[in-house]
Write a protein that binds this ligand. Structure first.
Ligand code: GRG
Length: 298
């Protein structure tokens, strides 16, 4: 996309491209066994900001890479994100009834199907990467597979989820909270940017700067999420906004207070911008995304 379009149009257009790609890549729900594909598609197409694949494609574009060719890679990130939400919502984990304003997957399809559909999305993400046309670029694709597996697996997102579960009901602790955020959400967000950078053949210096950017916005995104939680909960209860509205969960507002948390978000965003300014890029989209993320209301 060469002509400049504003961020809202960009997010909409890019989100639509990602959805079309995923629609092509996942079996139709008329295919046997229908319930599996119906369940996968239900959560994949339930809305959502498409933040991770957007970050991948915006990074590819900022480095002058082939955005169209990167669509399966971006789709793989969204599939893993979707699986993580489906499993997170299960009765054995968060036991949530609603996600993105709709009944959760297991509420519609039952627990066993929701588990299998989540497993299938996780596995299909790697199938996509392993079966892409990559002649001459096998080494890059292998590195991307390694990045994604590391970010999603036992030293990444799954470790963050485990630590979060283990910490439930316990008093907030700075080090633990930083670990949970860096792994549960930070790892996949950072991988989204790094994978885009690897796909577009970033230099070591660009990769380093983009990694720093991603880590900063990943943490800022999570702190904003914690703040929105506290503010939303206080509004629901008709109470003054206070850190106690987080139901005893370990969050940044609980640990540092609302004002300090907002200050952290400002600081992290400034640092993310600074990281990007240290390397040449062809677009300002990543800067715009950083600002959008921290100013969002949902
Ligand atoms: C089950 C292995 C496993 C991991 C689950 C990501 C995660 C780990 C759980 C989600 C729980 C949660 C609310 C985490 C906070 C981070 C967050 C706001 C995730 C939702 O990501 P968004 O806002 O979601 O990008 P959308 O719906 O826009 O895709």
């Amino acid at each position: 996309m060469s002509a400049y379009i504003d961020l809202n149009d960009y997010l909409q257009t890019t989100g639509a491209r990602i959805e079309q790609a995923m629609d092509r890549l996942v079996p139709p729900k008329t295919q046997y066994p229908e319930a599996l594909y119906d369940s996968m598609r239900y959560s994949l197409f339930a809305g959502g900001k498409r933040l991770r694949p957007v970050l991948t494609l915006a990074t590819v574009e900022a480095l002058g890479g082939d955005v169209e060719a990167a669509l399966p890679v971006a789709s793989a990130l969204e599939m893993i994100h979707t699986y993580s939400l489906m499993h997170d919502d299960l009765p054995a984990m968060d036991d949530d009834d609603y996600r993105r304003g709709k009944p959760t997957n297991h509420k519609v399809f039952g627990e066993a199907t929701a588990i299998l559909a989540g497993d299938a999305l996780l596995t299909q993400a790697f199938q996509l990467l392993g079966t892409m046309e990559a002649s001459g670029r096998e080494a890059v694709m292998l590195r991307i597979v390694g990045e994604l597996a590391t970010a999603a697996g036992s030293v990444g997102m799954v470790a963050g989820q485990m630590a979060d579960m283990a910490n439930e009901g316990m008093k907030a602790n700075e080090e633990r909270l930083a670990f949970i955020h860096a792994h549960k959400t930070g790892a996949l967000l950072t991988a989204a940017v790094r994978i885009g950078a690897l796909f577009a053949d970033a230099s070591d210096q660009q990769l380093q700067a983009l990694t720093c950017y991603a880590q900063k916005i990943g943490l800022a995104f999570q702190i904003v999420d914690d703040i929105l939680d506290v503010v939303g909960e206080a509004e629901k209860l008709g109470k003054a906004v206070g850190a106690d509205a987080a139901h005893g969960k370990s969050t940044y507002p609980v640990l540092y207070g609302l004002e300090e948390s907002r200050e952290m978000v400002r600081r992290l965003t400034a640092e993310a911008h600074q990281a990007l300014s240290s390397v040449p890029l062809q677009t300002n989209r990543l800067q715009e995304i950083a600002d959008w993320l921290v100013n969002r209301e949902v």
